[in-house]
Design a protein around this ligand. Structure first.
Ligand code: AMP
Length: 404
């Protein structure tokens, strides 16, 4: 079965085409600057020349049409016909309390995603555009949706409620949802397989540390806590997001600096984190380089970032009454040996011993970076959210079409 995976943003659309017989990626790419006369399509077919084109793409429908044209192009394509695509899987950021697993798209599901626009105003409307664009271009092709929040729906109420008046939860569903669930679920399963132990026996802390960053406490295969909350702003310090701050700072800064709601929102989401403290970049590579070159602000940014992550791991050791393994994933988690070392060097009280040499080695494989006698294992597991979306979509289609 050929499955197209789509991650639609408000002005962008990423895609990967999978052959599910062997889970091979046939092609991938993205369309950026949708809505502009100079949109950019990047197309990377497996075994063929990459293509980059700049052209007017005003809507998601046109973006998908152009992607389909490429996939079935006589020269650059990887398919004979777009009719070879048997299903489409979409990433959807917010599934609220309605979805604890992936589902096939029908009218009820679309209504529910629309109802959740309030909770994810930047993301869910864009995902809906992606779903509608597929309906227009590929009528009758089944679609599935895979939610970032779904894995965390197992959190107990003590972890997901905020200590604020219950009316806000009852009326407006203000609670913690958590994000990056697809990644936390994937890397915890991979970690259990790597350790050769049933996931039902393990206490894991998974650290998805990329531009956005979150930790999850995964107890016996189920998420029991995670650092992001009602929105992806809560929790760890990130590239441009503040993570946890005293909420009283918001009205205080608004009054002192005469900020509007939208300005303060933008400050916390786009102008905080590594960027704000280092004054250099939101990219951990550049911050680390500047730190190594002696920049004090970069060193402070790195220290704060590491400190907040380490505190979260410690909190989850308390939440689960122990940890068997810590798993690092995503751009920073997979690539920054410096950050992993800084975190692990200060977790020796857990009986954790880092294998410095293994940590420094670069690899794209799942790997262990703790010593053989470490009481807590430390793993690096590259994440693959697109593959999970493709697998879930494939499984849903198989089960909805039992062989006659
Ligand atoms: P992601 O959101 O998972 O794509 O992660 C993106 C982030 O990973 C970038 O902003 C970088 O800060 C970080 N990153 C990628 N490669 C490295 C590296 N070699 N060392 C440190 N950070 C890295």
């Amino acid at each position: 079965m050929i499955v197209l995976v789509i991650n639609a943003g408000s002005s962008s659309l990423k895609f990967q085409l999978y052959n599910m017989e062997n889970e091979a990626v046939l092609a991938k790419g993205k369309v950026e600057r949708i809505g502009m006369d100079s949109a950019i399509l990047t197309y990377e077919p497996e075994g063929k020349q990459d293509i980059r084109e700049v052209r007017e793409i005003l809507e998601h429908t046109t973006a998908i049409r152009r992607v389909l044209d490429m996939l079935a192009h006589p020269e650059f394509g990887v398919l004979k016909s777009v009719r070879d695509i048997q299903a489409v899987g979409h990433r959807v950021v917010h599934g609220g309390e309605s979805f604890s697993s992936s589902v096939l798209v029908d009218d009820r599901v679309k209504q529910e995603i629309k109802r959740l626009f309030d909770l994810a105003p930047l993301h869910n409307p864009a995902h809906m555009l992606g779903i509608q664009a597929v309906e227009t271009n590929m009528p009758g092709v089944p679609q599935a949706v895979v939610f970032d929040t779904a894995f965390h729906q197992t959190m107990p109420s003590a972890a997901y409620l905020y200590p604020i008046p219950m009316v806000l939860y009852k009326k407006h569903k203000i609670r913690r949802y958590g994000f990056h669930g697809t990644s936390h679920a994937y890397v915890s399963e991979r970690a259990a397989a790597y350790l050769g132990r049933p996931i039902e026996e393990l206490k894991l802390v998974t650290c998805h540390i990329g531009n956005g960053a979150s930790c999850a406490a995964v107890l016996h295969g189920k998420s029991v806590d995670t650092s992001m909350g009602m929105t992806p702003l809560e929790g760890l310090m990130m590239g441009t997001r503040s993570g946890d701050i005293d909420p009283a700072i918001v009205p205080f800064a608004m009054s002192k600096e005469e900020l509007t709601l939208s300005e303060v929102n933008s400050m916390l989401n786009k102008h905080s984190g590594l960027m704000a403290i280092s004054g250099i970049s939101s990219d951990m590579r550049e911050v680390t380089q500047a730190m190594q070159d002696g920049d004090k602000n970069a060193a402070l940014a790195f220290e704060m970032y590491e400190y907040r992550l380490r505190k979260c791991i410690g909190a989850y050791a308390a939440a689960m009454n122990g940890i068997d393994a810590i798993v690092f994933t995503a751009g920073v988690g997979e690539n920054s040996a410096a950050l992993r070392a800084a975190v692990c060097r200060n977790l020796t009280f857990l009986g954790l011993r880092l294998d410095e040499e293994a940590n420094a080695r670069r690899s794209q494989e799942d790997r262990m970076i703790s010593t053989a006698d470490s009481r807590v294992q430390v793993l690096v597991v590259p994440t693959n959210e697109e593959l999970v979306i493709a697998r879930d979509t494939y499984e849903l289609i198989l089960h909805s079409n039992p062989v006659q």
